[in-house]
Design a protein. Sequence first.
Length: 295
Amino acid sequence: MSTTVRNSNVETLLVGGSLDVATPPVSATRELLPHLKNGRQVVLAELGHTDTFWTYEPTASSHLLNTFFDTGKVDSSRYTPAKVDFTPDVTHTALGKGFAATMVALPLIVVLSLLVMWRRSRKRGRFGRTPSFLLRSVFTLVLGLGGWFAGVVVALVAFPAVPLDDVLLAVVSIGVPIGLGVYLAWVDRMLTTYPNMVIDVSQRMAELGRQPRASARLIVKHSGRVLFGTDSFPPRAALYRLWYRFFESDDEYFSYSPGDGAPPQGRWAVSGLNLPADVLEAVYRTNAQRVLKLI
């Protein structure tokens, strides 16, 4: 960067505002004007940086510039004294209230929308193609953001020691509402629309067990197209016992992981589905026999 200014004989007009803290007029007076033999400077009272010059009395600014271009004279007579107003357009209090209202309203919208989706899917079955697509794409942004706001509010009130960028907080607060929304908008619709579609429950106990009644209704409704699986190899007896408990009992709030360590998908518990005997037989055995043509 150059630290010297070349001398110039070009007629130059330096315009500054007395309240310009970005490029104070005194800097131009001391460092630039001495190198401009035909330079002139005008300091406009109570004006700030460039934006102020072009927005405050633009007619006077145009007259100032055009007069200098035409005659070389400086005429700032058309300016009227500016009134300095330090009142911000938006106060910090208003911003805080806006953020607080958003952090409360958006989670409420998410909760209400999920309830509406649940009621709609329960009473009328699947969503149409376009609503289902929108709910699984655009609306997931609303669900995720609203869920995160809800998680932040809960963390601030109940768990102040938890940092707001905690990974578990983000996964739970964002993932749960998005997962519920996609489930309600897609799984039941796909099974209802496409009679040849078959699903399995491999590694999905953590999600199904968080909404046991809805999961049980889904499996009972489509009992002929749900397969049993664990997504675990080699098979472990403890994992099978856990799946039997999940499918066959109405136990509440138990771990979905057979080990003693932290659950792999999140620190939450699940509840049993208590499926009927005929549904259990179909999920465990007969559906796989039919799909794999073993009978």
